[in-house]
Design a protein around this ligand. Structure first.
Ligand SMILES: [Zn+2]
Length: 211
């Protein structure tokens, strides 16, 4: 089982496209904590940060627009919704890392995901998507829990199709991001070749030059 530090610093962050490299929205959400392997930093410092991540991750912008105003009007409820979303995120981290190692899913994490999923399921609406139906949530039915519910639904869908031999934890130092290896050979070790992959190459190079 992967044991990483649990104490996290919380730090404001400007989410950018390069923060979404996991190949799946659920994994990208778990990756809002970086450097899990050394000194974890939680980038969700406020409910507004959760909304900017959600916008970048492709949750419907129209759905998110009203939530910013609602969060400002009800800061305590927004703080609670953010805390709940983080409980889900950490449960997903435990579940996904266990599954990536072909370990048994930790029961506590399963219970927490079930709770989020049940709350999401209670808010579900069926919408017509070009001739097929999709079970989804809306801010009208989920309120400030909309991002959490959205991720919970997607997470169960993802986990129903796991374990996947392509689910990995990045081997980079100060990273610990999850990703799906979609490469042809299936031997990708880094979340992003341009960051962690390059750093590893540089380190290897240095250790050759300065033994
Ligand atoms: Zn990485």
């Amino acid at each position: 089982m992967i044991e990483y530090p649990r104490i996290m610093q919380v730090r404001a962050h400007d989410f950018r496209p390069r923060d979404l490299v996991a190949g799946d929205l659920v994994l990208d959400f778990v990756n809002t904590v970086t450097a899990r392997d050394t000194e974890p930093i939680d980038w969700l410092d406020a409910y507004a940060a959760l909304l900017s991540w959600a916008r970048l991750a492709g949750l419907p912008p129209a759905a998110l627009a009203g939530l910013a105003a609602e969060a400002q009007a009800h800061p305590r409820r927004a703080a609670r919704a953010l805390a709940d979303a983080k409980v889900l995120r950490e449960a997903l981290w435990e579940l996904l890392t266990a599954l990536s190692e072909e370990d048994t899913p930790p029961p506590g994490a399963l219970v927490r995901l079930t709770e989020s999923w049940r709350a999401a399921a209670a808010a579900v609406v069926l919408t017509d998507l070009d001739g097929r139906l999709e079970a989804t949530v809306t801010p009208e039915t989920s309120g400030l829990a909309y991002p959490e519910h959205y991720v919970a639904l997607r997470a169960v869908r993802l986990l129903e199709n796991l374990p996947s031999p392509r689910l990995r934890v990045c081997g980079g130092i100060h990273c610990g991001w999850l990703f799906l290896d979609t490469s042809k050979a299936g031997r990708r070790r880094w979340c992003d070749m341009a960051t962690c992959g390059n750093a590893a190459k540089t380190r290897r190079h240095r250790s050759v030059v300065q033994p």
